[in-house]
Design a protein around this ligand. Structure first.
Ligand code: SF4
Length: 571
């Protein structure tokens, strides 16, 4: 069974912009924030918004206070005025592509033109557009309705930005033949066109299509309609619990797509659950996948990667390959990662629902596992390495434990204490530094290595860890913004973070290559250049090709750390 995810699935530019605006407002302001209508068609996220003081407003009250965000669909100009007159501060997140249509309608309406909007008159975007037509707006959802309209002397024809491209093509063809004086504008958004073209293609190539997104979402309903018109099995679901697997039993390949307001973790979750369910038909494969998922969820694979990286760092410096260091690094990373996941069960409910469920269900066992790992690591460092290593590890463990606690005095409007995790970019940087310390510095301190070798190996190790962590943070950026995790991609943006990751990995390769011509590192260090190179290629590939779901990407990137250790064993 093959499952593919559409590259265009998930948030479009306009929805992403509106979500970013409302979250920025909620982080900066203590006033209540309202969205005029639901911002995203996802009940769980709307609930989380309420916890963040962001509420949905359905009607404009006579009086009120706070900030009201106009969502990407836009509103009629009189609604905007009514909000201001009621006493609200209006934040306009109307998508620039919708604004373009509003401007066209307004311009021609001022000249006395009638407006024909191809779209559902109840859809919020169309309601907003009609507001600019100066009372001369008409909506059309079928060719018959178009035939029934009077022939206007002057009219402008536009479509809802998420309209079906084929249908609008028929409308345009009819107008050109029967009312050539009408001014016709191509107003279907490029993102909608691409999304629809892709689902047409995917529906042709696959046996079934699953469309994930709100039942009220117009663009999601249209995707389901396009897919079902190809005659393929089509299911429109809001979440995976609604899938009828019996219907999919004859399908050998499934395409998944999603509407413009569906968060990407909902798509990833759908992929994971569909894959797991369908794999029940192949017990051997299902078993292997469940082991892989267990190793990822429990962080055992990540911890093993830290151990292998530690071993490689020791080999590079030419110091005695004391396996204790690798085990200590493994235990430290295991303990910190599990504790961090336990502390973030609540926000992870939205961003990583499967992981949150797992941590909630086995909370006590995982807590015990984390504490035992942490204590064992400290004990081993004390008896096998020495007091200095033990003290450094103890300080790092305490820092890791305090990451989610409000301990830093911070004078803000509310004079509150903040957590380490509230510092912008802290998550990515602190994980990188912690790994660099346990994988490189602790063994170096114990072996009293040459400082130049230590510096070079530290750069190599932190470079790899930084790229891994920042890349995972990019994958989780939508949910992290909503649940307010302070990662580097949130601070710098996705594009800049990708740029930095690439430069860091190239620098990593350069460092190893240059060092291999000197006696700073062991001569065969050059073989490890393959690791940052593979990570760079994988990340570039994953970035270009959204077909690869989150768990697979995570697995491949984590596996590279195991390879680092294996190469070090061979050289
Ligand atoms: S679908 Fe297009 S026009 Fe509509 S909000 Fe998204 S980007 Fe803007």
């Amino acid at each position: 069974m093959k499952i593919v995810v559409a590259k265009t699935a998930g948030f479009c530019m306009g929805v992403r912009r509106a979500v970013d605006m409302v979250l920025d407002a909620s982080n900066l302001s203590s006033e209540p924030i309202y969205t005029y209508g639901p911002l995203i068609h996802n009940p769980q996220v709307l609930k989380l918004f309420e916890e963040k003081n962001i509420f949905k407003m359905d009607r404009i009250p006579e009086k009120g206070s706070g900030i009201v965000l106009i969502r990407a669909h836009g509103v009629p100009p009189e609604d905007k005025e009514a909000l201001k007159n009621a006493g609200f501060t209006v934040m306009d997140a109307t998508c620039p592509r919708v604004v373009r249509v509003q401007v066209i309608i307004h311009k021609y309406a001022k000249k006395g033109y009638s407006t024909i909007i191809i779209g559902d008159q109840k859809h919020p975007e169309v309601v907003g557009l009609l507001g600019y037509a100066k009372g001369k707006g008409h909506t059309v959802t079928s060719l018959d309705q178009l035939y029934e309209l009077p022939r206007f002397d002057d009219a402008v024809v536009v479509s809802q930005t998420t309209q079906n491209t084929d249908f609008y093509g028929e409308i345009k063809a009819w107008c050109k033949t029967n009312a050539p004086h009408y001014q016709i504008f191509d107003t279907i958004c490029g993102s909608t066109e691409k999304r629809q073209a892709e689902i047409r293609e995917l529906a042709e190539e696959n046996d079934a299509v699953i469309v994930v997104g709100g039942k009220q979402s117009g663009n999601t309903k249209r995707l389901a309609q396009i897919a079902s018109q190809t005659g393929k099995i089509t299911a429109h679901i809001e979440d995976v619990s609604q899938i009828d697997y019996g219907k999919l039993s004859s399908a050998r390949s499934i395409a998944i797509t999603a509407g413009a307001s569906t968060p990407n973790w909902v798509i990833n979750d759908a992929y994971d659950q569909i894959e797991r369910n369908l794999q029940q038909q192949h017990p051997a494969r299902a078993f292997l996948f469940s082991i892989r998922n267990f190793l990822l969820k429990t962080n055992i694979m990540t911890a093993a990667g830290a151990g292998f990286l530690t071993y490689a760092c020791s080999v590079l410096q030419g110091i005695s390959q004391n396996l204790h260091h690798a085990v200590i690094a493994m235990l430290y990373v295991l303990s910190m990662q599990i504790l961090n996941n336990l502390f973030t069960i609540k926000p992870d409910k939205y961003n990583h629902p499967q992981r949150a469920f797992f941590y909630k269900k086995y909370r006590s066992w995982l807590m015990l596992f984390a504490v035992l790992s942490g204590v064992s690591g400290l004990y081993l460092s004390f008896i096998a390495i020495g007091r200095i290593s033990f003290s450094i590890l103890l300080i790092m463990s305490l820092l890791g434990l305090s990451y989610n606690l409000k301990i830093i005095p911070f004078i803000s409007k509310k004079e509150q204490l903040i957590r380490l995790k509230d510092i912008p970019g802290s998550k990515t940087i602190l994980i990188t530094m912690a790994w660099g310390t346990v994988t490189c510095l602790l063994p170096a301190v114990a072996s009293q290595s040459k400082w130049l070798s230590v510096a070079v190996v530290f750069l190599f190790a932190t470079g790899l860890v930084f790229a891994r962590t920042a890349f995972f943070d990019i994958l989780a950026i939508q949910g992290d913004r909503i649940t307010r995790k302070e990662t580097l991609p949130i601070l710098l943006g996705e594009k800049r973070s990708f740029g930095i990751i690439q430069y860091v990995l190239m620098a990593d390769m350069g460092i190893l290559l240059l060092s291999s011509f000197t006696d700073i590192l062991v001569k065969k260090a050059v073989f490890l250049v393959i690791i940052p190179l593979m990570m760079l290629l994988l990340i570039r590939f994953f970035r270009k090709d959204s077909f690869v779901p989150g768990t697979h990407r995570e697995f491949f990137i984590e596996a590279l750390f195991l390879f680092t250790g294996l190469i070090a064993i061979v050289i």
